[in-house]
Design a protein around this ligand. Sequence first.
Ligand code: FAD
Length: 471
Amino acid sequence: ATHLVWFRNDLRITDNTALTAACQHPSDRVIALYIATPQQWHQHDMAAVQAGFIYANLCTLQQSLASIGIPLLVLEVNDFGGIASAITQVCQQHQVDALFYNRQYPLNERRRDQAVEQTLSPEVDCHGFDDALLFPPMSILTGKGEMYQIYTPFRHALIHHLQTKLQPVLPAPKQRGGEVNTTDIPPFNYPLDSHDAFPAGEQPALQRLRRFCRENVMDYERYRDIPAQDMTSRLSPYLAIGVLSVRQCYHRLLAESADFLLQPQSGAFAWFNELAWREFYHHLLVAWPKLSMNKPFIGWTERIHWNPSHDDFQRWCDGETGYPIVDAAMRQMNHTGWMHNRLRMIVASFLVKDLLIDWRRGEHYFMSRLIDGDLAANNGGWQWAASTGTDAAPYFRIFNPTTQGKRFDPQGHFIRQWLPELGDVPDKWIHTPHQWSEKQGKPIDYPTPIVDHATARIATLVAFEQARKPQ
Ligand code: FAD
C-alpha cells in the first residue's frame, strides 16, 4: 500500500506519531507532503522570520526523510480552501491508499482537516493523530466532565495523567526502500527572514534541549525573569513548528531530574510549569472555539472603549514609548523575532493598561514579528495580560513599567543592549533617563514618556469598571 504523510506543525522525524504509524509495515511505500499556504499566512499575520524558519526546517526535514528512504513533496496553494483538491491530486498521482497527519487545534485548521477527510473518503483512509501536546485536548477534565477554567487544578490533573499514562518518545522510523534523490525546495512565495540565533533542524533543537536540561534548568526558577541572563531554554521556535515535541522535552527533563514532580521548588518543576501553561492554553482553544475567533474569554470586556490612536500604537510597535524596558523589549522582538517572557508580559500590559489599546492589535503585531508565533500561547498570553482571559491577571492589577524595569533589569544591562542612546545614563537613572537628563541639563536623544503611568492607570481602571457595570 502507499501511505502519504502530510506534515504541518510537526517538522521532525523523531517522535512523530503520524509518521511512525505510516511506517509501521516495512513493505508499505511512504511519501511525505508539505503544503505552503502564503495567502493564509498573510491573513494570520505570520512573521517573515517564522516563515523563513519553517522553510529552513523543511529543507533539513527533506534531508532526514531522504536518509530513511522517504521522498518529500512540497506544494504551494494560496489558502486552506485549495488544500483538499491539491491533496486529492497528489493521492491520484501517487495512488495513495491512506493519509496520515498529526492534528492541529485552531478552528480553521480543524475545519480544513474535516474538509480534506470528506473529500478523500472513501477512496483514501484518513488517520489523524494527537501529537502536539502531552495529552489530547478534552482529555483532562474536571469531575463534571468539563475543561478546567483555572490553571492550577488543571496542572494537578495533568500531573496525575503524566504519572499514569504518558506516551514514550518514538524513535525515528527505520530506513526503508532505496535511495531518495532530493532537489532544492523552491522558496515559498512569502517574505522569508532568517536569524542565526535559531539554527534549523532536529539536531540543533535536541542539543539545545539536552544542554538546557543538564546545565541550566536547576537555576531556571532563580533567573528565568531576568532578561539580561540567557537562562530560559529558547526552545519556543522549535516547539511552535514541531521541530521538537513536548514529549521529548518532558522525557529529557525526567532523565535529568527524575523526581522533579515531587519538588515543586525546583528549577525543573518551574520549567515543567511553563510546558503545562502551553498545554493549558492549547486545551482552552479547543474547549472554547471563540478564542480562535478574536473573542475575549470574559464577555463584558467587549464593552471597553479602547483608544483607537494609530500614533500611540505605532510608537509601541517601534519601541519609542519613552519607557526604556518597554522599548528595549520591542526592539529585541523587532530585531530577533524573539522576546523574553517577562518582557512579553510587561509590553502587553503597557499596551493595554497604559495606552488602553485593544489587546487584539498587540496580539496581531506579535504574530507578525515572532519566530515562535503560536495562536494558543499568544492568545493566552495576551488575554492573560489584558485581563480578558480565564484565570487572567485581575483587571485592577496593573504593572508599573518603571518598577518592573527596576526589579527585573536593575542595572539596565538588558536595556543598554537595545537602547544605545542611553549609553551615558548612570545605572541609577536608566529607568527614568529624562529625570537624569533634566538634572544634568544634558539632552538625550530618546523620546519623552508617551503617558504618565499614574494618570493612565486611573483612566484604565475607569474604562474597565464602566465596561463591567454599564449604566
Ligand atoms: P522557556 O521558559 O524555556 O519555556 C519552555 C517552553 O514552554 C517554551 O518554549 C514554550 O513552548 C512554553 N511556554 C513557556 N511559557 C509559556 C507561556 N506563558 N504560555 C505558553 N507556553 C509557554 N509563546 C509561544 O510559544 N508563542 C507565542 O506566540 C507566545 N506569545 C506570547 C505572548 C504574550 C503576551 C505572553 C505573555 C507570552 C507569550 N508566549 C508565547 C509565552 C512565552 O513568553 C514564550 O513561550 C517564552 O518566552 C519562550 O521562551 P523559551 O522557549 O525560552 O521559554
